[in-house]
Design a protein around this ligand. Structure first.
Ligand code: ADP
Length: 169
């Protein structure tokens, strides 16, 4: 069942390094609430990523190709400025546990301070994804563990290839 709140788009920002089943779950849930979900991948040079921006765009693209109302973009700089640029002011964030809350709460209020039109909507993933994070998935992959249950099939394949390359060098 799909509940359409309004004909309105929402932006889901994040690093997606790599996209996980938890991200996907949030994207699917958001796509049922909003007429369009814009997945906005951060191009933050200060963060150390395992996949380049172009690779992350491709990984998300491959993971959501079965969904209709999703657009994928990237941005650098402040999210509040990017939202102004694309004239879209609803931000989607996922909340896994209480531990996410403090940081997310602070960021939501800061974004609203920077641009008072911004509202953040928090979505809760299915319980089975509450322990899942990109950094945990990377760590497991780098230590030779199996990540097939945590990320889409295509992402898993690319992650395995990347880890082989990283551990060779
Ligand atoms: P960032 O570096 O901006 O936190 P991430 O890609 O790690 O980017 O996460 C983007 C958003 O997705 C955040 O709101 C994060 O809490 C949420 N998220 C990440 N993993 C999950 C998950 N397993 N379940 C629900 N939300 C998640």
């Amino acid at each position: 069942m799909s509940i359409m709140v309004k004909k309105i788009s929402a932006v889901y920002p994040g690093s997606f390094d790599p996209p996980t089943n938890g991200h996907l779950d949030i994207i699917v849930k958001a796509s049922r609430l909003f007429s369009e979900v814009i997945v906005a991948i951060t191009d933050n040079v200060n963060k150390k990523h395992i996949f380049s921006l172009q690779e992350r765009l491709n990984l998300v693209q491959k993971s959501i190709k079965h969904l209709k109302n999703i657009k994928i973009t990237s941005f650098s700089g402040l999210l509040a400025d990017y939202l102004e640029k694309i004239n879209s002011f609803i931000v989607i964030r996922g909340l896994r546990a209480l531990s996410d809350f403090e940081y997310e709460f602070q960021m939501a209020l800061m974004n609203r301070k920077l641009n008072k039109k911004v509202e953040t909507v928090f979505l809760l993933p299915e319980q089975s994804y509450t322990f899942l994070s990109s950094s945990m998935v990377k760590e497991i992959a780098l230590l030779g563990g199996n990540t097939a249950d945590f990320v889409p099939k295509y992402v898993d394949k690319e992650l395995k290839k990347r880890v082989v390359n990283l551990t060779k060098n």
